[in-house]
Design a protein around this ligand. Sequence first.
Ligand SMILES: Nc1ncnc2c1ncn2[C@@H]1O[C@H](COP(=O)(O)OP(=O)(O)OP(=O)(O)O)[C@@H](O)[C@H]1O
Length: 301
Amino acid sequence: MTVVEVAHLTKRYSERVAVDDVSFSVERGEIFGILGPNGAGKTTTVECVEGLRSPDGGTISVLGLDPARDTAELRQRLGVQLQESELPDRIRVGEVLHLYASFYRSPADPDALLDELGLAEHRGRAYRKLSGGQKQRVAIALALVGNPEVAVLDELSTGLDPQARRDTWDLIERVRDRGVTIVLVTHFMAEAERLCDRIAVFDAGRVVAVDTPAGLVRQVGAEQRIRFRPSAPVDDAVFTALPEVRRVERHGGRLVVTGTGDVLRAVTVVLARTGVVADELRVEQADLDDAFVALTGRKGR
Ligand SMILES: Nc1ncnc2c1ncn2[C@@H]1O[C@H](COP(=O)(O)OP(=O)(O)OP(=O)(O)O)[C@@H](O)[C@H]1O
């Protein structure tokens, strides 16, 4: 079931076209990534989805609602990650959760949510005294306190250290496992690859591809390199005859077979058939980073 449908969205800031004919849909229960470099139009797009900006063209439907018209109803059902600056300085963690819970028709239990997000021990602490990772968890808690069906999280892990980032990722997976559909805006490849079921790759205001992380890698035909030391002499032709293989190189006693698609499987099958064992086998897998560079011509982060 589709919960967010964006069709031909266009948004301009005076003469600048920030979002140019963007279309994608988000299915219930998935983590949907919006990935792209700075200025690609990601935030503008999700602000239109949240009803914070009105589109200049195209249509948006969120849970069957029009964000520009049904804003009050949407507030109740769509969770939005707030920017830090929007919280009063001295407010305590428990207070802010209870305050925000009071804005909703059927909120989550704030204390249970604090427990679940590992914030229970910080309930009485002033928000501004929390670490970056703890503040991020509060922001996620606030996005969830209304018991939303869909949550939009923008730049989830910016500024977090690697451990806090991984903790946040675990947390997002638990939220998804509770049945919340998540739209995740990010420019971190590793985050998108780890978390997202599907990704819309944005570049210069346009969607250049929508697919699973593995599908994006396949779409660009990104290459994989398989390195190994054959246990017995083997001809290059054994590999070059495979449709998946693009080239074969030799470095001393090692072979490097480069190819696309399921090249690893093709090579291992042919090795098994010839009775050769691949010692010291290493596979350099193309990843989302390679796909991103191929799709946008830019280096990812
Ligand atoms: N309020 C605004 N007024 C004018 N131009 C804007 C405004 N907000 C964004 N822009 C411009 O619109 C384009 C898209 O910006 P947007 O913030 O949507 O991109 P983004 O992909 O979210 O980037 P980032 O990752 O840097 O947040 C950029 O060129 C940006 O400079």
